[in-house]
Design a protein around this ligand. Sequence first.
Ligand SMILES: Nc1ncnc2c1ncn2[C@@H]1O[C@H](COP(=O)(O)OS(=O)(=O)O)[C@@H](OP(=O)(O)O)[C@H]1O
Length: 437
Amino acid sequence: GNDNLRSHLPRSIQNIIGSQSNNKQQKYQLNLDWMNETPNLKRFLSKVSTEELSKPDRAEVIRVSLFEALINLAKAEHEKGNEFPNLLKMSSVRRAISILKKLNADLNLLQMKMEAAYGLCKGCLQEKYGKKKKRLPQVICIGAKKCGTGAFQNFLAHHPHLFKPPGYDEVHFFDKEEDYAKGIEYYHSLMPETSAGEITYEKTPKYMVIPEVPGRIYAMNSTVKLIAIVCNPVNRAFSDFTHVVKSGYFKSETSKYMNLEETDEESRLKGFEGFSEAYITKSNEIKEEKGDAQWRKWIQNVHKEQVEASILTNGLYSVHLQNWLDAGFKREQMLILNGEELISNPAKIILRAQEFMGLEPIIKESHFVFDKDKGFYCFKNLKTGEPSCLGDGKGRTRAGGGPNFSPKLKEDLVSYFKPYNSELYKIIGEDFHWNEA
Ligand SMILES: Nc1ncnc2c1ncn2[C@@H]1O[C@H](COP(=O)(O)OS(=O)(=O)O)[C@@H](OP(=O)(O)O)[C@H]1O
């Protein structure tokens, strides 16, 4: 029956098809090869209206046409050497299947014909592609810390074809020696079960700044897609400082600059000012004494040698990203997003990410609503209209235009980051305008 068909198709398609009964075997005589190309299928779909579906004569033509078009398309794609999951990623195919569902088409027959088109035996579609299983990630978000990776993950969690390791906000496999030592099988075991055509993804912001990580990920899969979210390094540093102070990390260092009992914004700004001036000086001294190459090494090893300095050095994106390029990753397999834009225009950033991952653009403009109390965009449930915002730990320093630095601190920080922002702009091919004090 139809349930049989459903279980044979990947979950992404099952969602579209939904549960359905009363399919009768149909006879299809029309052969419409005019539709054996996607653009034609697209053009045809653009002409189909919901109204027409309820007119029996027209519905019959549409059903037969779509059915044939899908099978012809499957044959054409198979001949081109494209795998079945790619077919399922095409939005026109998804749309066609959803219409066929409405028209009570014989989906069992469709399945059999698709199997034939792909040269597979009966029922082998499931064997080859439809089986849910754990897969290593095809996409990894590598940071940067405090640039909105949580918001990014939260928004994309609503995408029906994207899955992250269950129970983990961050996996920390490649950066934690004791976990990495457990082997790639352990990493694989943490992954969600997915069907072919769905995306497995994880985010760990620390990956970006640990020098061993790029080579390890490259060894796992040299064609994995990487997403880096970068943001104004000056604001990022204060956000990081706030995070460290509020979480009570390396207190012996932060307590040199502020009383850790008083963590209101004014006290944090004061503490951050002392901290920044001290570490800008430290960093500049190392550079002067040891030269640029050694200084870059110091930056990369700061997590081992002087972790509190990372509050500043995590924002030297060009130094860290160069490491990924040196490991062999191609620029085209990295999507570098502006975290400031994720704050001001989340839909634009999330749409770019979906496109990069090869996902249907399901999360869109209408899902975002600005929440005045939160001071940020929140995700809107389109059925209930209810917005859901990120928790209290997110959005502590940037609501309402960001922190109020003293002009001197702002100037010192901007000039510290300036050369590396410029290096970053060269890598990205775009100026994010963070060099203006
Ligand atoms: N929509 C929305 N809602 C709330 N917060 C948002 C949003 N978009 C971006 N941000 C900013 O995300 C900052 C936290 O970044 P991360 O999630 O990468 O932090 S972490 O590295 O995972 O700790 C967080 O930094 P703080 O403001 O310092 O808390 C936010 O400014």
